[in-house]
Design a protein around this ligand. Sequence first.
Ligand SMILES: Nc1ncnc2c1ncn2[C@@H]1O[C@H](COP(=O)(O)OP(=O)(O)OP(=O)(O)O)[C@@H](O)[C@H]1O
Ligand SMILES: [Mg+2]
Length: 279
Amino acid sequence: MIIFKDVTYQYGEKTPPVLEDLDLIIPEGQYVALIGPNGCGKTTLIKHLNALLIPSRGGVSIDDMDTREAARHRDIRCRVGMVFQNPDHQIVGMSVEEDVAFALENLAVPLRELTPLVRKALARVGMEGFEKRAPFTLSGGEKRLASLAGVLIMNPRYLALDEPTAYLDPAGRRRILGMIGQLHLEGMGIIHVTHDIGEVADADRIIVMELGRIIMDGTPAAVCAFLMSRDNPGLEAPAMAALMAKLKESGWDLPTNVISLEAAHREIHSCLTRLAKAR
Ligand SMILES: Nc1ncnc2c1ncn2[C@@H]1O[C@H](COP(=O)(O)OP(=O)(O)OP(=O)(O)O)[C@@H](O)[C@H]1O
Ligand SMILES: [Mg+2]
């Protein structure tokens, strides 16, 4: 379980807090999405998950390991895999193979054991054959997949992803989202930062942040209803919910807390069926 207890974070002593009095519990195996406008503190929050940042006040614990204890950092970083917002930040080696192996090399896994593990991790993200490529020659999407492989090789219990579908084409996006869904099914806890609520319709829970605070935390349907009920600068209600609201305005009997295309299709279809029966 991940616990944030009354967490406040400031980048500098004289700068205002970026996270303020934040309380949050993420049980093992939960799929949590984190949304909010630019600069609201999403990246800052998830950097607390593997002790890249330590709270200025309050505490964060990962499976009972307090991130304030430096001796725990290694275990914490094995427990929580992190895929950064900018994949260039995760490039450290001369080849994709070195990059993917980096974390395990750090943990002193013998070299001969690494090669098959690297191959397996790359295959898991659909990047077979990229072992010898120089990381800087990869496309944005390929870099992201390679950094995901470098995290999966550690077999973490939780996976934090900072806008994992940015720069990806629709096929790459579907592939990453499918992979996240699959990892969740296999029991991995997921913390998924995104600007597109449409891609986290299947999350167990969506957390909405604004100005360093959590302003809403609930099921996708509840968060959708919340977003529809207010004007959100920098945060859009789901496109499907907006469409349903417009249809409702025109007299259709439809719910508006709908996020995914599939759910919208289902609702419109059943509405049409009801209308046909009534005639
Ligand atoms: N290293 C830093 N030093 C000082 N301020 C920082 C630093 N990193 C981030 N900030 C500030 O902290 C605030 C929160 O930034 P953060 O990157 O967590 O936001 P975000 O929600 O991830 O935004 P985005 O959606 O644009 O990625 C912003 O005002 C940002 O300018
Ligand atoms: Mg960010």
